[in-house]
Design a binder for this molecule. Sequence first.
Ligand code: FAQ
Length: 340
Amino acid sequence: MYTQSMDTMGKDGDASPASAQPALRSAEDLQRQERFDARIDGGDFIEAKDWMPDDYRKTLLRQISQHAHSEIVGMLPEGNWVTRAPTLKRKAILLAKIQDEGGHGLYLYAAAETLGSSRDQLLDALHTGKAKYSSIFNYPTLTWADIGTIGWLVDGAAIMNQVPICRCSYAPYARAMIRVCREESFHQRQGYDSLLVMMQNGTAAQKAMVQDAVNRWWWPCLMMFGPHDADSTHSEQSMRWGIKRISNDDLRQKFVDATVQQAQVLGVTLPDPDLKWNEERQHFDFGTIAWDEFWRVVGGDGPCNSERLAMRVKAWDDGAWVRDAALAYAAKQHTEQQAA
Ligand code: FAQ
């Protein structure tokens, strides 16, 4: 079932030119492939040491590393507000949240490493602009209300997207996601709570600030789920492999349906005149996403792409002495152990 589609992939995972000959595969390889396909069809989980087709490995490596990069780049827009949080309580929550995101990045880099790439290779791809990370983190955090809105909407979208990945066919990724989703749930609630306090007890200016933040983040959040299913390069194969369990469009719809009522309770308007309940579909209809903006941001030309990348590279360079010290310490321990 999967074999045919993979035979159309070149060695680097790209579609082969028509003239390219598919590599001749050994009988043993074909048997492995059949066993793998049967396990996937049976809903089994694949572990790091199990045999897997090259393209399954590459797809996972691409998605998990992009996900890891998103977590650590996602620390930056929030980090901008640590020194400006309005109370000690909010500062402590924000610090804990940012630390959690760093932890998520670490679980995910560890999961990606089980697929045969080193942490240095993965980070190098991020720092040289070769690897993608979520488009959402290329938007600026202009006011304190942006921090609550990130928690409510960005973490809300992330949870919607990530809960199905807890059942991803690749077990190390699925296991990492279980813990990540629990923590994201706290992140979403703290964001909503922070906005609710401003909307219920705040001044008119604070309420307007919340509405303005929601206006700016709503559409980029809908873009987080990726292109329409019809335009999604990887969805079909990833769904067949059990990497993705729910399609981009279906997840986006679930997010919209879940969020409308939360917005009503909060007392904010979602900035979409076409947002309305469709009785026949039993879902909310919503307006057209600005896909040109999405592809521009994904392509590196968003409001904060260069700033985010420069910050990541600086953090990496500034941390060189820590890595050097840790390596020197490990080498010393090793020498002492050898001598003992
Ligand atoms: N941004 O064929 P598809 C978070 C790319 S974590 C940038 O549909 P796929 C936590 C895609 O890579 C948020 N690029 O791709 C937090 C592909 O390009 P490629 C991150 C995007 O992989 C909260 C091309 O477009 N979450 O928020 C985006 O099947 C607060 C074609 O697309 C994850 O990464 C995008 N939005 O589906 C942290 C979850 N969408 O690789 C701090 C795991 C698509 O061929 C603060 N990832 N592209 O060059 C996924 O579920 C999937 O990778 C999708 C994309 C759904 C993102």
